[in-house]
Write a protein that binds this ligand. Structure first.
Ligand code: AMP
Length: 617
């Protein structure tokens, strides 16, 4: 496009030199000033391109009109479009939903029927993502000077991928991006130089990848100006890995020789080059810091020039803020962007704001955005509160009554209101409910800014897993059959995500009783461990992958509580404003006080002894 006139975007994507900060900022100003026109152009473009697809034809009947689109095309969930996605996965032509060929399917961390949802992606979409990533650079440069005087230690990873029966690649969105030409052959950007050679990022063995990336980061410690990973959970996993492996890493630095178990040829080659020669002094220094009893502020000590930590700490990642603060020694935690497999959505224009103040500005040329007003269904009529990105305790919001609710456009959202995000993308999703609840916090020029409130229907999350109340109920129902066959009844249960150690794990509180009397039964540890495993086996494939393959979730724990514990929990919830008549046991607990009530009544605890089955399908 011509700079300064975003309404004439060829292909809707402005072209500019990402090293040019001024040009980047100008584009952001143009995009946020002209939100309404850009959104209209985006919708027009999507309809014009795709009106003849089977999907849209069925609703539009050959009309290219935006009003007809909004009147006739329904707001949908994944289940509604799943048959189309499955047809494409099985070999049907992708033009049933998208005029642009779908080149791969992106496996989301949201699941359907226990398996990851699959989102369509096109070649052009990679350019849209590159455009989006490039815009993050000038925003950061506006707030932090000198990012071109050193490197970024970003710990980035690829995940397993598979092929659909038709031969399409099915993989997570970041894996798709890192493996693309757009990433691997990216033009040099002096503000964005990584310590991790691409070979270490692209290594499919996550342990080798982590080891090599940390080794490269440590060797180049004096050059590192910022550290990070995509999500807070991944960054903390790296710190834990460092805690477990620093001696070996130091020995490699001391000798200039990479450990023999690093067998990936690409990794060995590039890491040897970075290591270059024995560096005993550097090894001594790192050893000195790492052998300190306390790891408080370790990031600042190991990477002394670091200006900030770039990790997403909004949504379910907010639970990691205090742990990150402990390790970081007061460095700012920067959540730069809000994105998904469906589409990249928004950028944080104030990257140095505190985690709880972070808002994202939706970028209007990424997709056509609509918003379903969300009425809170909390029984006391209370507004939603920030709830670590998952349903707050006692949150009664289930499905919004979608049929008779009208969406509003991006320019019509109201300050302070809650909405569920609905997107129409360039890749074949039309009026698709993302499932995220956002709140309008302000405006950047004419573009609204949103706080991520929580994900609809998610109660538990440690890493990228998203477990709903329903998923949990199903899993608990399977496990309780085991104790029932022994004459033991599960009277009540609830859960919480315990992130006090790394990796975090799911905890279930169970109140049990013997059939026929009111006594706490004698419990056989083997049986209870089997219950833990059964719950894990019954959770969805993203949970099982995190637990088994990524080791980003620890063994599930069941804490058996005394009789009367759930009455005490109810008393507490009522004292906090829940109505007695409508009280339902919260299936997930967030409040520290409520957790203390449960924890102080724990009689015994059991852990799953084996990781659940997981395979790539
Ligand atoms: P996935 O479908 O696996 O790509 O996950 C996308 C989802 O992750 C989004 O719909 C959000 O629920 C969540 N997410 C992504 N970015 C953020 C963010 N910056 N803050 C909070 N949640 C996020």
């Amino acid at each position: 496009m011509t700079r300064g006139n975003p309404c004439q975007l060829p292909g809707m994507l402005p072209n500019y030199d990402p090293n040019d900060n001024e040009a980047g900022m100008k584009i952001l100003e143009d995009l946020t000033e002209n939100v309404e026109q850009i959104q209209q152009r985006v919708l027009e473009e999507i309809i014009t391109r795709n009106a003849r697809t089977d999907y849209l034809k069925g609703f539009l009947d050959g009309q290219f009109d935006k009003q007809v689109f909004k009147k006739t095309v329904p707001v949908v969930n994944y289940e509604d479009i799943k048959p189309y996605i499955e047809r494409i996965a099985n070999g049907d032509s992708s033009n049933i939903i998208s005029a642009e060929p779908i080149i791969e399917l992106l496996t989301s961390s949201g699941t359907s029927g226990g398996q990851p949802k699959m989102m369509p992606s096109t070649a052009e979409d990679l350019h849209r993502k590159t455009f989006f990533y490039n815009l993050l650079v000038p925003v950061m440069n506006k707030y932090v000077d000198g990012l071109d005087e050193g490197k970024a230690m970003y710990l980035l990873f690829v995940k397993p991928e598979t092929k659909t029966p038709s031969g399409l690649m099915a993989r997570p969105v970041l894996t798709s991006y890192y493996k693309s030409n757009n990433f691997q052959n990216r033009p040099f950007n002096r503000f964005n130089v990584f310590t991790s050679p691409d070979e270490t990022i692209l290594c499919s063995d996550s342990k080798q990848s982590m080891y090599c990336q940390l080794l490269c980061g440590l060797v180049q410690r004096q050059e590192v100006l910022r550290v990070g990973a995509v999500f807070a959970s991944a960054f903390l996993r790296a710190i834990k890995f460092l805690e477990d492996n620093w001696k070996e890493l130091c020995s490699n630095i001391r000798t200039g020789h990479v450990s023999d178990w690093i067998t990936d040829p690409g990794c060995r080659k590039v890491v040897s080059l970075v290591l270059n020669k024995p560096k005993p002094e550097l090894a001594d220094l790192i050893e000195h810091e790492c052998s300190s009893k306390s790891w408080e502020g370790i990031i600042k000590k190991l990477w002394p020039r670091t200006k900030y930590i770039e990790v997403i700490v909004t949504g379910s990642m907010a639970q990691y803020v205090s742990t990150l603060e402990y390790y970081s020694g007061g460095l700012p935690l920067v959540s730069t962007m809000y994105a998904s497999s469906e589409c990249y959505f928004g950028i944080n224009f104030k990257p140095l704001s505190k985690p709880w103040d972070v808002s994202y500005t939706l970028i209007p040329n990424m997709a056509y955005f609509e918003f379903l007003p969300v009425k809170e269904k909390n029984e006391d009529g209370a507004q939603y509160v920030q709830c670590n990105g998952v349903c707050k305790e006692n949150c009664m919001e289930k499905e919004t009554e979608k049929e008779d609710v009208e969406t509003v456009e991006l320019v019509d959202v109201k300050l302070g209101q809650y909405y569920e995000l609905v997107v129409t993308t360039f890749t074949g999703l039309y009026r698709y409910r993302v499932g995220d609840i956002l709140m309008v916090t302000g405006f950047h020029n004419k573009a609204p800014q949103f706080r991520f409130v929580h994900r609809r229907n998610v109660v538990l999350s440690i890493d990228t897993d998203k477990t709903s109340e329903e998923d949990l109920l199903k899993a608990v129902t399977k496990a309780k059959v085991i104790v029932e066959s022994l004459g033991i009844l599960l009277i009540e249960y609830t859960s919480y995500a315990d992130t006090s150690s790394i990796p975090g794990h799911y905890v279930l509180f169970w109140e049990l009783t013997s059939k026929g009397n009111n006594h706490l039964p004698v419990l056989d540890p083997k049986i209870m461990e089997q219950c833990c495993s059964t719950v894990e086996e019954s959770l969805d494939s993203v949970y099982r992958r995190c637990r088994r393959k990524d080791n980003s979730i620890g063994p599930l724990e069941i804490r058996v509580v005394q009789h009367g514990t759930f009455d005490a929990l109810m008393d507490f919830c009522v004292s906090q404003g829940s109505s007695v008549n409508q009280y339902k046991t919260p299936r997930c607990i967030k409040s520290g006080e409520a957790i203390n009530i449960l924890d102080s009544r724990v009689v015994t605890r059991f852990f799953s002894q084996k990781a659940p089955f997981w395979e790539l399908v």
